[in-house]
Design a protein around this ligand. Sequence first.
Ligand code: 5GP
Length: 186
Amino acid sequence: MLVITGPSGVGKGTLIQALRRHFPGLELSVSATTRPPRPSERDGREYHFLDPAEFERRASAGEFVEHAEYAGNRYGTLRSEVERAPDGLVLEIEVKGARQVRDALRDAVQVFIAPPSPEVLRERLLRRGTDQSDQIARRLAQAEEELRAKDEFEHVIENNDLERASAELVDLVATIWPTLKRGERT
Ligand code: 5GP
């Protein structure tokens, strides 16, 4: 299992998309969240969108490998997702969840994606246009804390240049999973 973590807006999703073009066999875990869907998002595709009561029910029933609160919403990785793809799974999660995975699944490889600077991260979050201003403020506050966690992680990739960061991630995955099939489009 590969865990991609780092602050919101750092480019985790874009890097994972590029990685999966290289390694089409790599499955992406679909997380559960209580956050309302964005206009482009579909239930079961980007997330399993749950109401807070259902999320809590599943958490109490032990259905999550990890779960955390982030900027006022809850997010978690369902055990059923991890079991669905035993051969190669990518998790895109925030730092508190990554810590739980680190403790629970010691084989998981963890990569922290870092922005070149806090200012660049701020600009990206503002430019992305996916969040309301109160959400952006909460995410920025949380990002400060997440940036301090960088040194806890085994691998750190700085996303200064997307092509370069993507190549670094592909090389890392090729090293840890030498048997993983590469795709046509590299
Ligand atoms: P967003 O609301 O932008 O989709 O996600 C907010 C943050 O939650 C991002 O840092 C994202 O990586 C993280 N996240 C998404 N799914 C999960 C999950 O299953 N568990 C945890 N701990 N964080 C998640």
